[in-house]
Design a protein around this ligand. Structure first.
Ligand code: SAM
Length: 243
């Protein structure tokens, strides 16, 4: 087996600074020209994950205005920007410089179109990988990033993210079930030409195990599925706290 992170991480960084950036910027954007049916479906699924994460946070006892949030692997800012619009103090970081500058551009557009009394706080944008994040935050979110990491590296990342969070940790991942395992194997037999990086699905119990090792437990669960997009969303809290 390869050393932790190693080659895979460099491949992921390179991908999200080039073809992956173009592909995901299109999927996460709002234009419809040149976006195919599968990409539109993934856009819809991802938007549902972002909406579910936002409502988990809004339904929590936390006051989002002024809460410190670390959006780990922020992509184009799909979650960071609505959180910033609620007055959260957001650190938006990503391994890809291209993603971070697109997120920053979108945040500037969003800020310019806010009503005058909006509590919008411009997020802090940083190019860095999850592993090098430090500090403490009320909330740590990490949506749709674990798909790039094999089981043990994903578990290590979760333990690390939990060590940065005080109150809430939100994680979404593509679930590994027998059915999806099967589909993935079929996919590996017939890889499409654009398969630039490997996709790793995760078993719920592996994610829960990593959370438990870190002293956290799952408080709420969501499952989002469209035709081509599947995600489990966990809201975790410190094991000792009540909600
Ligand atoms: N979280 C965002 C969202 O849901 O809109 C983006 C999801 S996108 C599928 C995955 C993102 O994770 C990409 O922007 C990629 O650059 C980033 N990423 C992958 N590995 C990372 C790592 N080790 N550290 C930080 N970001 C990473």
């Amino acid at each position: 087996a390869e050393a932790a992170g190693g080659g895979d991480k460099e491949a992921v960084r390179a991908y999200f600074n080039s073809t992956g950036f173009e592909r995901w910027r299109k999927i996460y954007g709002s234009a419809t020209e040149g976006v195919n049916r599968v990409q539109l479906d993934i856009r819809e699924g991802h938007a549902q994950t972002v909406a579910a994460a936002l409502s988990m946070l809004r339904d929590s006892p936390l006051d989002l205005a002024g809460a410190t949030v670390c959006d780990a692997g922020c992509g184009t800012g799909s979650l960071s920007i609505p959180l910033a619009a609620e007055g959260a103090d957001v650190l938006a970081s990503d391994i890809s410089a291209a993603m971070v500058s697109e997120a920053q551009r979108q945040a500037q557009l969003a800020m310019a179109s806010q009503p005058s009394k909006s509590p919008f706080r411009m997020p802090r944008f940083e190019v860095r990988d999850l592993e090098s994040l430090d500090g403490r935050y009320d909330v740590v979110v990490c949506l749709d990033v674990l798909i790039h990491y094999p089981r043990e590296e994903a578990q290590a990342m979760i333990r690390h993210l939990a060590s940065l969070a005080d109150k809430r940790l939100l994680i979404s991942f593509a679930p590994r079930t027998l059915y999806f395992d099967f589909l993935k194997r079929v996919g590996e037999l017939f890889p499409g030409p654009s398969k630039a990086t490997r996709a790793y699905l995760h078993a719920e119990r592996d994610i829960e195990e990593a959370l438990r090792d870190a002293g956290w437990r799952v408080n709420k669960r969501g499952f989002i599925s469209t035709q081509f997009y599947f995600a489990k969303l966990f809201e975790a809290i410190p094991a000792g706290s009540s909600s």
